[in-house]
Design a protein around this ligand. Structure first.
Ligand code: ATP
Ligand code: MG
Length: 235
């Protein structure tokens, strides 16, 4: 059974629907990438999976449980974590304080373990733990945002454009870490502009356009499909 199943979800802002019946799934051992043009509804889909937006119809199942109506903090408790596209750290707080915020629902021991894991994974965070997040480079900030999400020990991690604004070298480092999180058994759903890089580490992919499923298949198939390449992967 899939870890996450989104079935025919209709969702949006106020009375305006942005998603018009979107369906996706993520298996326990998968990395899945979502691509699609600006405004397709990709970030809206993540906000809906996370509970910031409640679907007006359709269903969201997590580990076979219906979580459609749950609030974000309840989704976190179930094991879903989310790194937003924008504003994903607290700029005026230090790195350590940001990590503590990420673990707000955990006890002291889990907090200490989480901080240790974050520092082992990204040593630069340990070196700069008393610096404010606003002083970090784009890549370091992305590492902090991912570490904050991991503080809750999720089974599923949602990453909205993890390589946006990063140099190729730093982006590669971030994607290497995504792969090692996957090897630790975390299911991963990525929205990416850098479709080539993300699909190359993914099992499957979805193309969303105009708030609807446009195409889905194995990552290899998407990367080698002439029409998709022309329309969505820049030729
Ligand atoms: N807070 C909001 N209130 C109202 N409409 C919004 C809001 N956020 C996004 N929208 C609209 O919803 C639609 C989908 O936006 P969304 O951010 O989900 O697209 P996206 O696929 O993530 O695009 P991008 O690739 O630019 O990040 C757009 O038309 C956008 O203007
Ligand atoms: Mg977006």
């Amino acid at each position: 059974m899939p870890l996450l199943e989104v079935e025919n979800v209709v969702s949006g802002y106020g009375r305006t629907d942005v998603l018009h019946g979107v369906s996706i799934s993520v298996e326990r051992d998968e990395i899945v990438t979502i691509i699609g043009p600006n405004g397709a509804g990709k970030s809206t889909l993540f906000k809906t999976i996370m509970g910031y937006l409640i679907p007006s119809s359709g269903k969201i199942l997590f580990s076979e449980e219906d979580v459609t109506q749950l609030k974000p903090n309840q989704k976190v408790e179930k094991g879903i974590a989310y790194v937003p596209q924008l504003d994903n750290t607290f700029p005026s707080l230090t790195i350590l304080e940001n990590l503590e915020m990420g673990a707000f629902s955990k006890d002291k021991e889990a907090l200490q373990n989480g901080i240790k894991t974050a520092y082992d994974t990204f040593p630069i965070l340990s070196e700069r733990k008393n610096q404010r997040a606003r002083t970090l480079s784009g890549g370091q900030r992305q590492m902090l945002a991912m570490s904050m999400a991991l503080m809750t020990e999720p089974a599923l991690l949602l990453l909205d454009e993890p390589s946006a604004g990063l140099s190729p070298k730093v982006a590669e480092e971030v994607f290497n870490q995504i792969q090692s999180l996957h090897q630790k058994g975390i299911g991963i759903l990525i929205i990416e502009q850098d479709a080539h890089r993300s699909l190359s580490i993914s099992d499957r992919g979805y193309v969303l356009a105009l708030g609807q499923n446009h195409f889905d298949g194995s990552a290899d198939k998407i990367l080698s499909d002439d029409q998709i390449r022309e329309a969505f992967l820049g030729g």
